[in-house]
Ligand binder design. Structure first.
Ligand code: PEP
Ligand code: MG
Length: 592
């Protein structure tokens, strides 16, 4: 029995097997019951077969269009796939340590990568990139089409407690808390937004434990006491029994948000549109299930998983976009043109692992190079292929085109010229319903500062707060030394958001917010108070957002937002906002 001390932020005493989620590397480690080891091994083998099929397909397409020499890189990846040091070793780890296959692949990769780093040979160094690529592919394919935290946790045997380095509110909002009894995190304080959400949900939580995610082995029995802030590893039987007896009572108190279609209103009647961020047309069903009023952001680059962008043909793209539009109709679908980095083209073969699901978010898009619209303008053939596919799909329903990473009005003008050219190239059979709306992602500070100019030349704005915050504050979120400076409540960020909204309102164009902040239970009411009425987020977080919006008094939040915008530091803002929100009782459970 070992006792760790943290900050109890949400009441209750629960006990369960530890499920360890290391968000930083997006690899989740959890224990597998002895009877399920064979199933886990089978999933690993199926993933290898699926990965082999994908790699062979990419190799053949590249051989056809670019020649055999380049395609050979994928032969090397196919060999790595069968190397006993990777999947073979991962299988041994699953069997010996009884952990999930994703985690085992990550461990096997670490072991081989270490061997590679000790070798000076530049050729072998290059192979390290291939190895990571292959491991990422295998990991992604283990759960097939599933993959999000919510789906992964569905396979769990209850009861569990979640132990994590950190937990974004968007993740917490999506978990099934009937299966997970509570959580403990390395990061956090009482004002941690995830803690507020835990209180609102009635989920027991202890935060600020520093290294709990490293100290607790997966599968260990863990007790979390949200009142005292204690986390007990391997509690003695008496303690465990006591907590087990108390747990059902705590769970029964949980308000469970339910998905419901149609517009949602704040307590004082302001209509708020809640839309979904998706990555593929396959995600539309989940968006509809969660009550999405449309797709606010479709990240089209996910379509390219496994291949360079010039290999995604117009017809293939058209089919994919058409599927999304038809399934979602009559609701709008906003499709963002590829937000990829030049690196994917400059080293298309080594870096072919374009699918962001195996890159941490920041790493995928944390670059300020030839990315987003810049990439499209530099590669007009690729860009226009996509635009033609989008224009054709727009004939089937309300599709909107969104340009990412715009940093000047010239970018918009140049993109519109190419859009007009693409339309011309389609000729008579082009589109039936006229040119679709074309909007701009506001995610670069220069675009935010010139919002009212940009608004004159664009049909709508979508604010991408993930990038806008990191570029405004010059904080690389993947750099642990500064990641705590990534602060949505920084006065500069809030003032910029106000400026963008004013620019849009002045020119009469719609503006929505589609970054992570929309899933935050404190930031969402603040943004409503700032006058934003449209938000787009991961489908799993939509029921929670509905719950938060319905509890929000928009007029009161407008007064709070006005005051927030006069404050000078993040601490002052956070302190004032949390007090105000607690006072307003936006969150039932936050009153303690
Ligand atoms: C953003 O930057 O906020 C955004 C939504 O885009 P992505 O997360 O895809 O970079
Ligand atoms: Mg972005």
């Amino acid at each position: 029995m070992e006792r760790l001390k943290g900050i109890g932020v949400s009441s209750g005493r629960v006990v369960g097997q530890a499920l360890v989620a290391i968000q930083r590397t997006q690899v989740i480690r959890f224990p597998v019951a002895p009877g399920r080891v064979a199933r886990e091994l089978a999933a690993l083998e199926r993933s290898r077969t699926r990965s082999r099929g994908q790699l062979q397909q990419i190799r053949d397409r590249i051989a056809q269009r670019k020649g055999k020499e380049l395609a050979a890189i994928f032969d090397a990846q196919l060999l790595l796939l069968d190397d006993p040091l990777l999947v073979g070793r991962a299988a041994a780890i699953v069997a010996e340590e009884r952990v999930n296959a994703e985690w085992a692949v990550e461990r096997a990769l670490d072991e081989v990568a270490e061997v590679f780093s000790d070798i000076a040979d530049p050729y072998l160094h290059e192979r390290k990139g291939d190895l990571q690529d292959v491991a990422g592919r295998v990991r992604m394919n283990i759960r097939g089409e599933k993959g999000g935290a919510r789906d992964l946790f569905r396979d769990l045997e209850a009861p569990c407690v979640l132990v994590a380095d950190e937990l974004a509110p968007s993740v917490v909002a999506q978990l099934d808390w009937n299966r997970i009894r509570g959580f403990a995190t390395d990061a956090g304080s009482r004002t941690y937004h995830t803690a507020i959400l835990a209180r609102s949900l009635g989920v027991t939580a202890v935060v600020g434990l520093r290294d709990v995610s490293r100290r607790i082995p997966p599968g260990a029995s863990v007790l979390i006491d949200g009142d005292s802030g204690d986390v007990v590893i391997d509690p003695d039987p008496a303690l465990r029994l006591e907590a087990e007896a108390a747990a059902p009572r705590a769970r029964a108190q949980q308000p469970r948000p339910v998905a419901a279609a149609g517009p949602v209103r704040t307590r004082d009647g302001v209509a708020i549109a809640l839309l979904a961020n998706i990555e593929r047309s396959d995600d539309v069903a989940a968006a509809l299930d969660s009550g999405a009023e449309g797709i606010g952001l479709y990240r089209s680059e996910f379509l390219l998983a496994g291949g360079p962008p010039d290999l995604a043909g117009e017809d293939e793209q058209y089919e994919e976009y058409r599927r999304a539009v038809v399934q979602m109709a009559p609701r709008p679908v906003t499709i963002r043109t590829f937000d990829i980095d030049e690196r994917q083209l400059a080293r298309p073969l080594v870096d072919s692992a374009l699918d962001a699901r195996w890159f941490p978010q920041g790493e995928r898009a944390g670059h300020a190079g030839l990315r987003g619209i810049r990439f499209g303008l530099a590669h007009p053939a690729i860009f226009k292929t996509q635009l033609r596919a989008l224009l054709r799909a727009a004939a089937h329903g309300p599709l909107r085109i969104l340009f990412p990473f715009v940093s000047s009005v010239q970018d918009v003008r140049a993109a519109r010229v190419l859009l007009a050219e693409a339309l011309g190239e389609l000729g008579a059979p082009g589109i039936a319903g006229g040119t679709p709306a074309a909007g701009v992602m506001i995610e670069v500070p220069s675009a935010a500062f010139t919002a009212s100019t940009l608004a004159r030349e664009t049909d709508f704005f979508t604010i991408g707060t993930n990038d806008l915050i990191q570029y405004t504050l010059a904080v690389d979120r993947t750099d642990e030394r500064v990641s705590d400076r990534y602060e949505p409540l920084h006065p500069a960020v809030l003032r910029l958001l106000r400026q963008v909204r004013r620019g849009a309102v002045r020119r009469g164009i719609p503006v929505s917010v589609c970054g992570e902040v929309a899933t935050d239970p404190v930031l969402l009411p603040l943004l409503v108070g700032c006058g934003f009425t449209e938000f787009s987020m991961t489908p799993g977080a939509l029921p929670m957002a509905r719950h938060v919006v319905q509890e929000t008094n928009a007029a009161e939040m407008a007064r709070i937002a006005a005051r927030v915008l006069t404050l000078e530091t993040v601490d002052e803002i956070e302190h004032y906002l949390l007090e105000a929100v607690d006072h307003q009782s936006v969150y039932d459970g936050a009153r303690r």
